[in-house]
Write a protein that binds this ligand. Structure first.
Ligand SMILES: Nc1ncnc2c1ncn2[C@@H]1O[C@H](COP(=O)(O)OP(=O)(O)O)[C@@H](O)[C@H]1O
Ligand SMILES: N[C@@H](CCOP(=O)(O)O)C(=O)O
Length: 325
């Protein structure tokens, strides 16, 4: 569920009146999502998404996130614009929480992507990386290898409560990831969480890229690795879907070819990308009460991906992956 706060019809109508978007016709809470409360707002002119920021987001980062949406949208990326209020503000406070009104984009998130869809997502990611290079906002990545290690340290012996294998997995891979993490690869502003549920598809086309609340400056190739880890497996991470992985990279390279240095770094970056989600999922797993309304995400789905990338080496990213599509 993802409506943590109740907003009555009068609250919503009063809020919408601060924007030049017409009169409120309907508002429905959106069940998808984990971090924020979202409503689908319909006025007599158009549809919008109203987001109330509930957790994880630092208020100081909001101008970076909302400005990025405007920058990417103006550059022609399929990214929703921020709707500014009558005073020109991108966000407002309501009951002590920040809210923003965002353009609604059509499309649905797919659970079982096809190769054509993965190719389109790769192209959209390449386009995003090129467009975001000229964004002037800056936000450092606060989920780099040392931050994953800090999360594991905070989980401590409780990791075993999630799965008896988990502590062994982190002990096997974290030293390598910390010591050998690449340096000096090309950087840009990256999405950093481009999972299938953050892409709205219109058939084989990308209708929208959403949920930029982990966006930050980091290696473009790391974002490719995150997206590969998120898309190219069955949900449990037990089976690699080679045709999806290849199509994704081929789509990306059609727009932004990877350098040899970036390609060579992909196996380690992908192992790290998978470990990043093990770390946040494990921490959230232990931090979320059993009776919470939020569905916990299983860290082991990404632990299997860590193992896959460690064993597969260059194979998922080899030269053949560049041909076709
Ligand atoms: N700009 C948008 N256009 C259309 N639907 C959207 C838009 N933004 C969010 N949504 C819908 O809201 C859901 C939750 O949004 P998301 O930003 O992923 O929330 P969370 O950060 O809580 O995961 C999405 O799965 C999608 O259905
Ligand atoms: N993609 C992450 C979860 C991020 O949460 P979101 O609600 O902000 O999309 C994962 O799968 O662990």
């Amino acid at each position: 569920m993802a409506v943590y706060t109740h907003l009555g019809a009068e609250d919503l109508a009063a809020l919408i009146a601060h924007y030049d978007v017409g009169t409120l016709v309907s508002a429905k809470g959106i069940a998808e999502g984990v971090s924020n409360s979202n409503w689908l707002i319909e006025t007599d002119r158009a549809r919008y998404i109203l987001t109330m920021y509930e957790r994880r987001i630092e208020l100081d980062d909001l101008p970076f996130f909302l400005g990025l949406l405007d920058h990417l949208s103006a550059a022609g990326c399929p990214v929703p614009r921020t709707i500014h209020d009558r005073e020109g503000r991108g966000w407002r406070m309501l009951d002590g929480k920040a809210i923003a009104l965002i353009e609604f984009l059509p499309g649905v998130s797919v659970d079982h992507p096809t190769a054509q869809q993965a190719h389109a997502v790769g192209m959209a990611l390449g386009q995003l990386h090129i467009a975001s290079a000229s964004y002037r906002g800056s936000r450092a990545n606060d989920l780099r290898p040392r931050d994953w290690q800090a999360l594991f340290d905070r989980c401590g012996a409780d990791l075993a409560r999630i799965d008896p294998e988990l502590a062994g997995l982190t002990a096997r891979h974290m030293p390598d990831l910390l010591d050998r993490w690449p340096q000096g690869l090309p950087e840009t502003v990256i999405h950093a969480d481009l999972f299938p549920d953050n892409v709205l598809m219109l058939g084989d086309r990308v209708g929208g890229l959403i949920d930029f609340y982990f966006a930050c400056r980091d290696f473009a190739a790391y974002d490719v690795a995150v997206t590969h880890a998120a898309w190219a497996f069955d949900p449990t991470g037990a089976h690699y879907r080679e045709e999806i992985g290849r199509a994704l990279i081929a789509g990306y390279e059609r727009v932004r070819p990877l350098s040899e240095e970036e390609r060579a770094a992909l196996p380690l970056l992908a192992r790290g990308a998978a470990m990043r989600f093990v770390a946040t999922r494990a921490f959230d797993w232990l931090d979320t009460p059993d009776d919470a309304l939020v569905t916990r995400k299983d860290p082991m789905d990404f632990a299997r991906r860590v193992q896959f990338y460690a064993e597969a080496g260059m194979a998922p990213f080899d030269l053949q992956g560049r041909s076709g599509n």
